[in-house]
Design a protein around this ligand. Structure first.
Ligand code: NAD
Length: 351
């Protein structure tokens, strides 16, 4: 029975990954380590909380004693490191916590895994450390081309820079110690359980509560969207078959401008849910500082080497996602009370 140490498993992608894996495999064990920041929510994991193959431990990935202990008490085979501060706007306001969690937290995990897995003859077989990274480490593209694994790292925001730094540390543990690692760099995820500070759930939430829809700059920034379940299947494959030391880009060839995404959401809600929701809700606001213009991921390597392909077309995935938020209004209400309001007003300066 393989044991996965999943960090940040109470967040958006981590919780989708844990549920996907426990549904598919009856013979694995998952230990979820999460600090439960504003973005971590155990409600995301309700359906598996009593699964005997699942255990939750509330702790910080930066806590050396606690992480060491987890390795001592469990025979960990795989580390899947999702835990991170993830919101670019927050990193612009306060970069420090991004440095602490995203860089120092990753180094702590690397050290604890290395201490537990390394022998005099090298690393134990069947172990792997997977760093979940992002296309944002590559920086911004002009109107054509896409990022390959060979593209230079050129991050712009404090968030992207902290993720790029962590990637380089993970790579260095392979180059220096031959530690069994992989790094995945995925494009923008969307789907159920995403905290409504990110574009898609924010716009759905605002449409449903008839609030203005803040769009940065001219709205023509391009992001390459992937449905979260497709990201989960890619991660599963990289753990199983990824070549040690390799980076794998993950993307679904779904480039859309932000304004297109927002208009797609408005159109669906207008037609199917509330005819009073129209483009009049759109409000253009001053651009985000250092806003990357375009991201696009070339996933040829993972397709050719590991046989992975994204299955979800954007138009289908976005409609599924809107319906999920509609059917889970209680979840949305729980995560948007209290501190959320203060944050929202501070960032967008609108109600
Ligand atoms: P999220 O913000 O929804 O979740 C992050 C989780 O990490 C939360 O549960 C939070 O409580 C936890 N966490 C934060 N600091 C911690 C700490 N110090 N110790 C333990 N837990 C901590 O993020 P997400 O969107 O699910 O992203 C997960 C990972 O995937 C991140 O590493 C992110 O960089 C990467 N990624 C995200 C996207 C995307 O579009 N969301 C795209 C590519 C890569």
């Amino acid at each position: 029975m393989k044991t996965y140490l999943v960090t940040g498993g109470a967040g958006f992608i981590g919780s989708n990954f844990i549920k996907y894996m426990l549904k598919k495999y009856k013979d694995i064990q998952i230990i979820n380590v999460d600090k439960l920041t504003y973005a971590g929510n155990l409600e995301n994991l309700k359906e598996i909380e009593n699964n005997p193959n699942y255990k939750f431990i509330k702790t910080d990935i930066c806590d050396e004693k606690s992480i060491k202990n987890i390795f001592k008490e469990n025979n960990i085979d795989y580390v899947v490191n999702f835990a991170a501060e993830t919101h670019v706007d927050r990193s612009i306001q306060n970069p420090n916590i991004f440095i602490k969690t995203n860089i120092l937290g990753t180094i702590n995990l690397l050290n604890c895994a290395k201490a537990s897995w390394e022998t005099q003859n090298g690393f134990l077989n069947g172990k792997k450390f997977l760093q979940i990274s992002t296309d944002e480490v590559y920086g911004s593209l002009k109107s054509t081309g896409s990022f390959t694994e060979a593209s230079p790292l050129d991050p712009h925001s404090p968030y992207a820079s902290s993720k790029a730094s962590a990637d380089l540390m993970v790579k260095s543990y392979y180059d220096t110690y031959k530690m069994p690692i992989n790094i995945t760099r995925c494009s923008n995820n969307y789907g159920p359980y995403q905290f409504p500070e990110k574009l898609i759930p924010l716009m759905i939430h605002n449409c449903l509560s008839k609030k203005s829809l803040p769009i940065y700059g001219d709205g023509l920034n391009v992001r390459d969207w992937i449905y979260v379940k497709d990201h989960c299947t890619a991660i599963e494959l990289v753990i199983e078959k990824g070549k040690f030391g390799h980076v794998y880009n993950i993307g679904g060839h779904n480039e859309r401008t932000n304004i297109h995404v927002v208009k797609t959401i408005i159109e669906y809600i207008h037609k199917n849910i509330d005819p009073s929701v129209t483009e009049n809700l759109i409000k253009y606001i001053a651009d985000r500082k250092g806003h990357d213009r375009r991201y696009a991921i070339d996933p040829t390597k993972i397709q050719n080497e590991l046989g992975w392909k994204a299955q979800t077309n954007f138009e289908i995935g976005i409609h599924q996602t809107i319906r999920w938020y509609l059917e889970n209004k209680a979840w949305l209400e729980h995560v948007t009370t209290g501190a959320y309001h203060d944050y929202y007003e501070k960032i967008y300066n609108i109600r």
